[in-house]
Write a protein that binds this ligand. Structure first.
Ligand SMILES: Cc1cc2nc3c(=O)[nH]c(=O)nc-3n(C[C@H](O)[C@H](O)[C@H](O)COP(=O)(O)O)c2cc1C
Length: 188
């Protein structure tokens, strides 16, 4: 049995019915078709107030400190954010401002975002990618972007988005060494 890969999904939404969370879950599900995962989800909505009130790492309460440590020790980070005013939310940046500056050096990061329309799809390459490049993380080439039109309630209805998620997961698995789970073959 291979050692499972520690994947931490950081969800930059504070909405209780978050499309970004749905997208991240779908990506994790696809990753599981290729890799043995030990996954953990950090939801900004659950830590937003104590996180926002801390100006430095040593002001964080223990439960938020623990979430940061999980991010810092991940084998793969799935960074998923909603678009706010053409970028990622300020609180999402605040979280990564508190992550230890060298903790994500050479860590693969899969980028994902949701917006109100297709118009801000480049948030992945123009906003998220530079942030993680600054942190010297290995941002994976294929990012995933979704809009409300891609969803039917909690279900991802768009075949194009499903294909994109499958491609992102497949390519991430290749980079991560593709420890295949034999019983879970990818459904074409
Ligand atoms: C404060 C705010 C600013 C937003 N700004 C943008 C924007 O600039 N571009 C865009 O495409 N969508 C924008 N949106 C829409 C959200 O990105 C979109 O609804 C997203 O899917 C919400 O994700 P969530 O359901 O995970 O919270 C904005 C929403 C809010 C609340």
């Amino acid at each position: 049995m291979p050692t499972p890969l520690k994947v931490v999904a950081v969800i930059g939404s504070t909405s209780p019915s978050s499309r970004t969370l749905l997208l991240a879950r779908a990506i994790l599900e696809q990753l599981r078709h290729h890799l043995a995962l030990d996954s953990h989800v950090v939801e900004l909505g659950r830590i937003a107030r104590p996180l926002g009130g801390a100006l430095a790492r040593d002001e964080l309460p223990a439960e938020v400190e623990q979430q940061l440590r999980r991010i810092e020790s991940a084998d793969l980070v799935l960074a998923a954010a909603p678009v706010f005013r053409g970028s990622y939310p300020g609180l999402f940046k605040h979280l990564f401002d508190l992550v230890e500056i060298e903790a994500l050096v050479d860590t693969p990061v899969l980028l994902a975002a949701t917006g109100g329309s297709e118009r801000h799809a480049l948030v992945i390459d123009h906003q998220l990618r530079p942030l993680f490049s600054f942190l010297q993380a290995l941002t994976l080439p294929i990012g995933v972007y979704a809009t409300p039109a891609d969803f039917d309630g909690e279900r991802i209805a768009s075949p194009l988005l499903r294909d994109r998620i499958a491609l992102a997961a497949e390519r991430a698995a290749t980079v991560l060494g593709a420890v295949r789970v034999p019983s879970l073959r990818r459904i074409a």
